[in-house]
Design a protein around this ligand. Sequence first.
Ligand SMILES: C[S@@+](CC[C@H](N)C(=O)[O-])C[C@H]1O[C@@H](n2cnc3c(N)ncnc32)[C@H](O)[C@@H]1O
Length: 278
Amino acid sequence: MTDIKQALSWARERLKDACERPQFEAELLLAYHLDRERTYLLLHPDGVVPDKEGFEALIERRAAHQPYEYIVGEASFYDIHLHVEPGVLIPRPETELLIDKTVEIIKREGITQIAEIGVGSGAVSVVLARKFPNLKIIATDICEAPLKVAAVNIDRYGVGEQVTLRRCNLIDDVSEDIELVVSNPPYIADDCALEANVADHEPKEALFGGRVGDELLKRIITDVKARGIRWLACEMGYDQKAPIEAFVNEVGVQSVRFYKDLAGHDRGFVVDFGIEGK
Ligand SMILES: C[S@@+](CC[C@H](N)C(=O)[O-])C[C@H]1O[C@@H](n2cnc3c(N)ncnc32)[C@H](O)[C@@H]1O
């Protein structure tokens, strides 16, 4: 029979090469296994751990670098908890800034219809739909797995009337009158070396943007301008400001503003293409 103290000690040891905070992750996974809060473990060190093999299997998955969020099937993002599974990107905290930038424009301009390119888990579209109950969003993705997961999250938060999912490349099949496009597209260079928990487990289609990395971002800029859509808000890589700035100036825009993440790295931009004819 294994008690909580023994289980944690074994798990911490097993995880020490796989993650930065082995004690913390061991506690999180044991709390998940027991369907209890983490504090329960601290208050009941002698409590029995049922289904020891089941717990060990969870720890072995993490020891093999599988992301914690895939193991428990959940990720916290902004003010919601999203279902996630392999095949869909785990939403990142920096993408919360993309939402804040988009919210500013939607509010200021009174926007009611937008598109999201690359919906993934639905993180961006679900948060925006919850913030603006009158907002309509067409959310696209090129892959089937994210669209299925996004549908689960849209249903979980009851925003199905507002968010329409569509499988297509970029906004190719979006014929609606769109005022703004938001996107956190794949923007990593194909040959970039990533940590094992990302490279071996998260979908390549969500990470890699081409040989240089910014190819898809540039396609989005060109497509949005060609469609006569005024606003574009995108996340980008920390080293992509110079090429994107040069590109938007070449394409011709009314203004472009770059923003930084909380670590002080360049992280995204908002383009105003201006109103046609002005
Ligand atoms: C970095 S993930 C972003 C997911 C989610 N929006 C988020 O912020 O967590 C990029 C998403 O874009 C999708 N994608 C990649 N290429 C695409 C394309 N050409 N058109 C539409 N979606 C694409 C991927 O399948 C993936 O779900």
